[in-house]
Design a protein around this ligand. Sequence first.
Ligand code: CMP
Length: 141
Amino acid sequence: MAVETTFSIIKPNAMKKNAIGAIINKFESNGLKIAAAKLVQLERSKAEEFYAEHKERPFFGELVDFMTSAPVMLMALEGENAIAKNREIMGATNPAEAAEGTIRKEFGDNVGENAVHGSDSAASAERELALFFEKREICNH
Ligand code: CMP
């Protein structure tokens, strides 16, 4: 195992539930550290760029509408095996299929409004972190 940095978004539905603290607590209590964080309302063009791989999917417009509908929290998470660990803490993409104790089980509403995003690979983590953070903004612990 190696120390990795992954990218995370607390999505609008979880922000509206006042769940920032509860979600960060899940990361921290599972050994991930917050290496960078900012609260922003995403521009439509930025959300489209971020989700470019889903451009042809029928839910693309809905996904971009949702992600730009309210502020989101962008984070870099650091830790041993952080990419896989974050995905485990988040739970399945569809909250209905997410395991007990996961973020999506507790705070997700449906497959679109599923509370959090997390990078799915080292290549995605690198691309996604670079889209939203300067290298100097990421404080490795
Ligand atoms: P995320 O990890 O942010 O990456 C892509 C997102 O697309 C995913 O989480 C879901 O929120 C969303 N998504 C995936 N499948 C569907 C779907 N069938 N309908 C609406 N949104 C979806």
